[in-house]
Design a protein around this ligand. Structure first.
Ligand code: 26V
Length: 814
C-alpha cells in the first residue's frame, strides 16, 4: 500500500440532515477497502477505472441506508406505490449525482485528494448510461430522482439494454453510428436480483379449457431483474430502478454442444438475449419490427408480474389493487399493460372480465408525449395476433365493450384497418390520460383524442414537464449554484420556487456583475473544452447560442442553419457594422435511417467548416457541432448558454425539457409558441423572451396555401441568398450539387414552414444581438429568467401526478 498520510480534515464536510455523515477518513478507508477487497487491487497500482469503481462502491454503501429505510417504511405502512413503466431511462452518469444528493461531494473530494486522486477525473471516467433517445427518457430519469426527493414509494421499470443509444461520429461531416457499450465495464450501481425472475411468453395460441381461455405460448424467455437505487436530495428517501435482462428458459443443450453443434446449443440464449440487446434508436416511426413489440411486451409483462407478486405478499384482495398501486405508462410503448394486466387477473387469478377491466383501468394512467402521426404506435393485427394471440382476443373484446357502452363515431376504435392503435388502447384502459405541457394537452384533446375526449371529457389532464434542479443546476452549474446559495440560501434545491426571492437582485448592479462572472466562468470552461476536443478557438465574450436536441425536421435545426448562413453572408458584406459576435452550438443525433435529418447534419457541418475557416468573420462567428451529444455533454453546454434555441414549428413539440434547463441556467430563449415555451414565456415575462413565428393555429392556416414556401422565399432577399449559396455549392465545393435535393424541398415541400418563419426569426435574432450589446440589460433579463423558472422543477410535476393521477401522498413528514 502506497497511500500518502492523511492530510485532509477528518471532520465531516457538508451536512445531510437525518443521515449519519461519514468523515473524510471513514470514506477514505471505505474506498481503500473496496479497492482491496472488492476489486483486489493494490492502491499503488490502481488505474483511474479502479479508483472510480472503489469510489462508486463506497458511495453506493451510503445509498443503502436511505434505500432500505424507504423500502421498510413502505412495507410497514402499506403505503400506496407508484410504478413508472418506460422503455427508456436516459440516466447519464450517477457518481456525482449520488454524491451531491448525499451531501458527500466535498468529503469524497478530500478523501480522494488524500490518495493523490482528482475527483473530477474520476467523475469523467464514468460512461453515460444512455438507455434512452431523448426527452422522453431523460424525463423518466428526472422523475425517478424527483420521486426520491418528494418521498414517493416508487419503482421505475425498464429494459437493461446491453447497448444504449449509439455513439455518433462525424466522417466528412456525416453522421456515422457505432454501437454503445456501457456494459463492457461492470456497472457499479446495480444489484443483480436473479431471484426476481419471471417467464414471459410469445406466440403460440389461445385455447379454451373448462370454459376459460388459456394462452399456450410457443416461445418463452426469462426476465431477470437488476436494481439500481436512486437517492433523493439529502438522502431522505430513495426510489428503485428495476431493469430487466433477457435470459433463456431452457437449459444449455449439452448434448448438442458435445456433438459439436455449438451454434444450435447456444441458440435459446442468443434469442433471449436479443430482447435486451439494443435500444431502438428511432423515435419517429414505429420500428415495425416484431422485436420491438416483443421488447415492449417483455418489459411490461415482467413488470406487471413483479407488481402483482409484491402486492400479493402484502395484501390479499386483488380487487383493491388500485387502492395500493398506481401504474404510469410512459407513452404507448408499455400500452400492452392494459390487456396484460387483465390477462393476469383473469387467467391466473380467476377474476371476471368486468372486474378485471375496472381494476386495470383504475390502476393505469397514460402519458402522451407526441402528436406526430408517424410516432403514434400502431401494430398490424396480424403481428399482434401472432406474437400475442391471447392479448389480441382481449384487445378485440375491450374494443367491442367500448363500442357497446358508448355511441362511438366510426373513427373511434382501437382496431381499425387491420391495425391496433396503441394510443386508443392506452386511452381506453387508463383512468387518466395526460399531456406534458398546457398547449400540448389542449392539442391532445383537439386532435389525436378528439373523439375519445368527447366520450370521456374528464379523462385528459395536463402535467407540464419539469427537470430536476439537483442535476440540472447544483451538479452541472456549481458557479451559479454557489451564487444562489450565498444570495438566497440553499432552500431552492429542494423547493425551486425559492428562486422567486432572487427577483429583486435583478436590479442590483453588484449582483448582476457576480451573475455575469459565473456565466463567464462557465463559458471559459466550455471554450477550453471546445479547443481541447475540437481544436476550434472560440471567444468566451461572444454570445453562446445553443440548440441541443435530437435532429428532427420539426425541431428545425435547418432554420437555425439557414439563419447562420444569412448572418455570415451579412457579416462578410459589412464586417465593421457593429455585429454581436456569436458562437452557434449544435448538438444532437439523428435516427440512423432518417435520411433528411442526416442531410441536415451534413449541411451544418459543411457550413461550420466553411465559416470557421473564414478569416474575414473569424472574430464574429463560429459554428461548433461536437459529436455524440449526450446527458454529460448537456451538463457542460447548458450552464454556458446565453441564448436557448427553441424554434420548433408551433404545435409539434409536445413540451421540451431542454428549454427548461436552459432557462433555469440563465439563458434567454428565442422561440416559437410551442410546447412548454408558452409557459416559460408566460412566467419569465414576454419582455424577457425573444418570440417569433407562426402560432399553432397560424401554421394550420398557412399550410392551406400550397405556395406558402415559394411566396415566403420570394419575399425574403436574405433567404433567397441563403438558398442560392447552398445550391451553388458554396459549402460543398467538392460536390456542388450535394444539397440540390434539400433546396428543392425547401421551395416545394416545406412541411415544417422554415421559409414562412424565416424573416420573423431573423428579426428576433437581431433583437437578441442588440440586447446583448447592453450587458446590464441582458443580465437583468437573464436573472429574471432564473428567478421565475422555479415552476419547472420536476418535483412540482411529480406533485401534480400524485394529486391528479396517482392519489398518493408523500411518505416524508416535512
Ligand atoms: C416512439 C418510438 C417508436 C418506436 C421506436 C422507438 C420510439 C421511441 C420514442 C417514440 C416517441 C417519442 C416521443 C417523445 O420522445 N416525445 C418527447 O417527450 C418529451 C418528454 O415529454 C417532450 O419534452 C418532447 O417535446 C417530446 O418530443
Amino acid at each position: 500500500m502506497t497511500a500518502s498520510p492523511v492530510t485532509a480534515s477528518s471532520a465531516p464536510a457538508s451536512s445531510v440532515s437525518g443521515l449519519a455523515r461519514p468523515t473524510v477518513d471513514a470514506l477514505r478507508a471505505k474506498i481503500l477497502h473496496h479497492l482491496e477487497y472488492t476489486l483486489a487491487k493494490d492502491a499503488g497500482h490502481s488505474s483511474r477505472y479502479d479508483w472510480r469503481m472503489a469510489t462508486s462502491f463506497a458511495i453506493r454503501d451510503e445509498m443503502l441506508k436511505p434505500w432500505f429505510a424507504a423500502t421498510r417504511q413502505t412495507y410497514d405502512t402499506g403505503a400506496k406505490r407508484v410504478y413508472y413503466l418506460s422503455m427508456e431511462f436516459l440516466i447519464g452518469r450517477l457518481l456525482e449525482d449520488a454524491m451531491i444528493n448525499l451531501g458527500l461531494h466535498e468529503t469524497i473530494a478530500a478523501a480522494l485528494a488524500a490518495e493523490g486522486q482528482t475527483l473530477s477525473d474520476i467523475i469523467e471516467d464514468e460512461p453515460d448510461a444512455a438507455l434512452g433517445n431523448g426527452g422522453l427518457g431523460r424525463l423518466a430519469a428526472c422523475f425517478l430522482e424527483s420521486m426520491a426527493t418528494v418521498g414517493v414509494p416508487a419503482h421505475g421499470y425498464g429494459i437493461r439494454y446491453e447497448h444504449g443509444l449509439f455513439r455518433q461520429r462525424f466522417e466528412g461531416g456525416q453522421q456515422v453510428e457505432t454501437p454503445e457499450d456501457w456494459l463492457s465495464q461492470p456497472h457499479p450501481w446495480e444489484f443483480a436480483r436473479p431471484e426476481a425472475a419471471y417467464i414471459v411468453g410469445f406466440k403460440g395460441h389461445s385455447e379454451l379449457r373448462r370454459g376459460k381461455s388459456v394462452w399456450v405460448p410457443g416461445e418463452t424467455v426469462k426476465a431477470s431483474a437488476y436494481d439500481t437505487p436512486v437517492v433523493g436530495w439529502q438522502g431522505k428517501w430513495a426510489s428503485t430502478l428495476r431493469l430487466w435482462a433477457g435470459l433463456p428458459t431452457t437449459q444449455f443443450d449439452l448434448e448438442r454442444f458435445n456433438n459439436g453443434d455449438y451454434t444450435a446449443a447456444a441458440a435459446p440464449e442468443a434469442l433471449a438475449r436479443t430482447l435486451s440487446r439494443v435500444l431502438y434508436p428511432d423515435d419517429t416511426t414505429p420500428a415495425g419490427k416484431e422485436l420491438r413489440l416483443k421488447q415492449e411486451y417483455f418489459m411490461t409483462s415482467a413488470a406487471l408480474q413483479d407488481i402483482l407478486r409484491r402486492y400479493q405478499s402484502q395484501f390479499s384482495t386483488l380487487a383493491d389493487l388500485p387502492k395500493h398501486v398506481a401504474i404510469q405508462l410512459n407513452d404507448t410503448h408499455p400500452a400492452i399493460a392494459g390487456p396484460e394486466l387483465m390477462r393476469l387477473l383473469m387467467d391466473q387469478h380467476d377474476m371476471g372480465w368486468d372486474e378485471a377491466q375496472t381494476v386495470a383501468r383504475a390502476t393505469l394512467g397514460y402519458t402522451n408525449h407526441t402528436l406526430l402521426p408517424e410516432a403514434l404506435e400502431r401494430w398490424s393485427t396480424y403481428l399482434m395476433g401472432s406474437v400475442l394471440p391471447r392479448h389480441m382476443e382481449i384487445i378485440q373484446r375491450i374494443d367491442e365493450d367500448h363500442a357497446k357502452a358508448h355511441k362511438r363515431p366510426p373513427s373511434v376504435g382501437i382496431v381499425q384497418h387491420n391495425e391496433v392503435k396503441m394510443g386508443d388502447l392506452a386511452f381506453i384502459m387508463s383512468h387518466k390520460v395526460n399531456g406534458v405541457s398546457a398547449l400540448h394537452s389542449e392539442l391532445v384533446k383537439e386532435t389525436v383524442f378528439h373523439d375519445l375526449h368527447k366520450l370521456h371529457p374528464d379523462r385528459i389532464t395536463n402535467e407540464t414537464n419539469g427537470v430536476t434542479p439537483r442535476r440540472w443546476m447544483r451538479l452541472s452549474n456549481p458557479a451559479l449554484s454557489t451564487l444562489l446559495d450565498e444570495t438566497i440560501g440553499e432552500g431552492w434545491t429542494r423547493d425551486l420556487d425559492h428562486l422567486k426571492t432572487l427577483e429583486p437582485f435583478a436590479q442590483d448592479a453588484a449582483f448582476r456583475e457576480k451573475f455575469a462572472a459565473a456565466k463567464r466562468a462557465n463559458k471559459v470552461a466550455l471554450a477550453g473544452w471546445v479547443q481541447d476536443t475540437m481544436g476550434i478557438d472560440i471567444n468566451p465574450d461572444a454570445m453562446f447560442d445553443i440548440q441541443i436536441k435530437r435532429l428532427h425536421e420539426y425541431k428545425r435545426q435547418l432554420l437555425n442553419c439557414f439563419e447562420t448562413i444569412a448572418l455570415w453572408h451579412n457579416m462578410r458584406q459589412t464586417p465593421d457594422a457593429g455585429w454581436t459576435p456569436r458562437v452557434k452550438f449544435f448538438g444532437g443525433k439523428s435516427a440512423p435511417g432518417y435520411f433528411v435529418a442526416k442531410e441536415i447534419i451534413h449541411l451544418i457541418n459543411d457550413v461550420a467548416r466553411t465559416i470557421n475557416a473564414d478569416p474575414v468573420t473569424g472574430h464574429l462567428l463560429k459554428v461548433v457541432y461536437p459529436p455524440n451529444y449526450n446527458v454529460s455533454m448537456a451538463q457542460r453546454l447548458i450552464p454556458a448558454a446565453d441564448l436557448s434555441e427553441q424554434i420548433s414549428t408551433a404545435g409539434k413539440e409536445a413540451s421540451g425539457t431542454g428549454n427548461m434547463k436552459l432557462t433555469l441556467n440563465g439563458a434567454l430563449t428565442i422561440g416559437t409558441l410551442d410546447g412548454a415555451n408558452v409557459e416559460i414565456r408566460d412566467l419569465v415575462g414576454a419582455d424577457n423572451f425573444f418570440l417569433f413565428g407562426l402560432t399553432a393555429d397560424g401554421v394550420e392556416k398557412r399550410r392551406k396555401n400550397i405556395n406558402h414556401a415559394r411566396e415566403a422565399i420570394e419575399d425574403s432577399q436574405n433567404l433567397r441568398d441563403v438558398l442560392q449559396m447552398i445550391v451553388e455549392g458554396r459549402f460543398s465545393p467538392e460536390e456542388p450539387d450535394r444539397y440540390h435535393g434539400l433546396v428543392d424541398r425547401a421551395w416545394h415541400h416545406d412541411h415544417y414552414l422554415v421559409a414562412a418563419d424565416f424573416d420573423s426569426y431573423w428579426e428576433a435574432q437581431r433583437a437578441a444581438d442588440a440586447l446583448y450589446r447592453t450587458p446590464q440589460d441582458w443580465n437583468r433579463k437573464a436573472i429574471l429568467n432564473v428567478a421565475r423558472s422555479g415552476f419547472f422543477s420536476s418535483d412540482r410535476t411529480i406533485r401534480g401526478y400524485m394529486a391528479d393521477i396517482w392519489d398518493v401522498p408523500s411518505a416524508l413528514k416535512d
